[in-house]
Design a protein around this ligand. Structure first.
Ligand code: C5P
Length: 402
């Protein structure tokens, strides 16, 4: 299916429903993918089988259909198309739309959709002219719904006046035009896999104690969220933090640096890797299997530490599957830029984001960050801003490099 040109067509129960198979035929001929929802009343006029045969797509009928809900779900159904058309739209479905009533699959999708909605009314002239219908139409126009028709002429009920569904050609042209406008511009990181590490790591001393640091994970989570909203497929490998998984991001939760490295390797390949985690440099060489006990007043245990794997260094120096762009964070308390430049060279990454994490900076755990964007050839120092804004700016820079 061409996701750039897809229509959710809601067919409600008017005699004009007999024209819908022809509409579907014309739209599919133009490369527009049509998915239909047909109300109970509309099934008196046209069958789901006809619509399915002509559209080549499954036709949805019931809100609580176990199979449909488990496979697609009404929310997804209401969102996956670029445009929604209700044709023919009866006075009843228009009234429900105007009042936000969601009592079947069609009206629930109309309430849940975040896409433009077009309506092609078709009804008896008196029903159309009724103040209730006109009130509902006005309300829907204010809500941003676009109406096509109804047109004047003879109607199936034998009366003449305004109430005929707009001509199929009119609707086809309107849909084509609207789809062109509704097609969102390609997102800047669409098709890219972005891997982000975030948060601290906890290194076990014994079953109840660990070595940790003050990282909140906020900067890494903001980066993951921002990358996802720019269209990337995002894997977030997170140490223990108090943050909810960002929406639309594959979040893998780990505890220690070793686990973080394993999760990062498992997530490859990725075009972009951003190591925002504050990974512990050392772990206890032989953590105690049992809780360590105080045995006497003078008795102080000695912790023998060993070095943790350096994830950023590992990723930057992979022979196979090295991401095209590897970005590190240099959390410094002094000589920030000099230390970060040295780190950029030592780790072998492409960009270093340097920030001050001294206690007075409030960076660890805070909502703001002031960073320097450092590459081999340039240093840009940005004003203090929210971690979301920092994420946006970093990803905009990356995007211009790609
Ligand atoms: O060497 P330092 O810890 O200051 O470097 C910070 C950068 O290196 C951060 O991007 C951090 O995520 C990454 N790092 C890592 N694995 C480590 C230590 C740091 O990926 N073991």
């Amino acid at each position: 299916m061409d996701s750039k040109k897809s229509l959710l067509l809601i067919v409600s129960g008017g005699i004009a429903a007999y024209k819908i198979p022809e509409l579907i035929r014309l739209l599919t001929k133009q490369g527009i993918s049509v998915t239909c929802i047909i109300t109970k009343a509309a099934r008196q006029f046209v069958t789901p089988l006809t619509l399915a045969s002509l559209s080549g797509n499954q036709v949805y009928t019931e809100l609580f259909d176990l199979k449909d809900e488990s496979e697609i779900g009404h929310i997804q159904l209401s969102r996956q198309a670029n445009l929604v058309l209700v044709a023919p739209a009866t006075a009843s479905i228009i009234a429900k739309m105007a009042h936000g009533i969601a009592d079947d699959l069609a009206t629930t999708c109309l309430l849940a959709t975040d896409k433009p909605v077009l309506v092609a009314p078709a009804m008896n002239v008196k029903m159309w002219e009724h103040p209730a219908t006109q009130r509902n139409i006005n309300q829907l126009i204010q809500d941003g719904v676009t109406f096509y028709g109804p047109e004047d002429g003879a109607m199936a009920c034998g009366e003449t006046g305004t109430g005929r569904m707009a001509e199929i050609e009119t609707l086809t042209n309107a849909i084509r035009q609207q789809l062109e406008q509704a097609t969102p511009p390609a997102l800047p990181l669409a098709g890219k896999h972005v891997l982000v590490t975030a948060g601290p790591t906890h290194e076990k001393i014994d079953p109840v104690r660990y070595i940790a640091n003050r990282s909140s994970g906020k900067q890494g989570y903001a980066l993951a969220q921002q990358a996802a909203s720019m269209g990337a497929t995002v894997t977030l490998v997170s140490g223990p933090v108090n943050l909810a998984a960002p929406y639309g991001v594959q979040t893998v939760r780990v505890t220690s640096a070793s686990q973080m490295l394993e999760a990062v390797k498992a997530a490859l390949p990725a075009e972009i890797a951003i190591c925002a985690a504050a990974v512990a440099d050392w772990r206890v060489a032989a953590p105690s299997a049992e809780k360590m006990k105080k045995t006497g007043k003078q008795d102080v245990p000695t912790l023998v530490l060993t070095q943790n794997p350096d994830i950023l260094h590992t990723l930057s120096n992979l022979e196979q599957e090295r991401p095209e762009l590897v970005i590190g964070f240099a959390a410094e308390t002094q000589d920030i830029i000099a230390n970060a430049k040295a780190k950029l060279a030592r780790k072998g990454c492409d960009i270093m984001i340097a920030n001050d994490v001294s206690e007075q900076s409030g960076t660890f755990g805070g909502n703001d960050n002031a960073v320097h964007f450092i590459t081999k050839d340039r240093i840009s120092s940005w004003d203090r801003m929210s971690k979301q804004e920092v994420s946006n700016k970093i990803l905009q820079e990356i995007r211009s490099k790609k």
